[in-house]
Write a protein of this length. Sequence first.
Length: 351
Amino acid sequence: MDTLVGVTSDPVSRYLSQRGAKFDRKNRLRVMSSSEVLDTAMRIYQRHGLTFLRLTVVPALLCLAATGFVQNFVLPGLFTTKANSGPGEMIADVAGALATAIFVGGPLFLLGISYSSATIVSLVSDSMLSQPSDEAKAVSGATHALPRLFLVNLKELCLSVSGLVLSTAVMASGGYLAQVTQQTDAIAGVVSALGVFGLFGGGLIFLYIIANHALSVPVAVLEKAGPRLASRRSKLLIKKLGYHPSGTGTIWALYGLLAFMSLVLSAGIYFFFEILDLNERLSSALSSFPGGMLFVRAFELLPSFFVIWTLLPVWATVITIVYYERRIRLEGFDIDVLTSEIARRNRAAST
């Protein structure tokens, strides 16, 4: 009993007894399960969602431009070739479409997601540390971190799409073999089938690599790390260590949440448009105006814009919370914060 009395008389215990409940409520700095991380993210999004959306509308437009470019101008080139084109020309068309997607659409999307993520990460970090949200600081930090984040995301993109690129190349090889071999030869069909199955595997590889590098952006923004260090630190924080499970389970749960939200949002918006017949009415109204069909095409991309605009902040919010959760779990970050807070209060009381 004397020991307990002695413990409660030290500064740390007095601070905990006076501020414990409020500190836990405001600071969210604790070990969490995947469901708790997602629940915390939704609560933060609910509280600061309007701010998130207001600050990320332009980056979302950049991501939409990249998505629309790939959907309308790149993907058709992967599955169609010029009339009477030879096998060599077909391979060249596929390679050109892939290069266009990666080197034109990719940078546009990366610029949008880099700026958006940096802004949201800063604001969510303020919320996790119970600091007042500083929009000016978040915007300024995102601007300064943009070149670094672009390189971080570019590295992740190149790694994650490698499986998809390889599978597409295998499919193109199957098409090439189909033109240079006899119809009775099954080799071309086998190679094409391997390419199709490879696309599924490439998609899983894409998600796996993104999950392992998911914390690169918070590391780059909050620790000001470069691309190589951010990737290494992300893999170190996310992997299983001792009795601590891997953090990738939360990222895969986030994939499921984003897929569900995307499906609900897309279906709801498309259903609303169909009920009001907005596409047909807009096409009829603008068909006689110069460039009217361009506006119609832009209007058709509106559901995709809403999905991108609303889900990008969800991704950035969750990975920021996972970043702090992993640091608390593996590095005792919450103890460092508590110690710093006590030291600051003691200095303020002594002056």
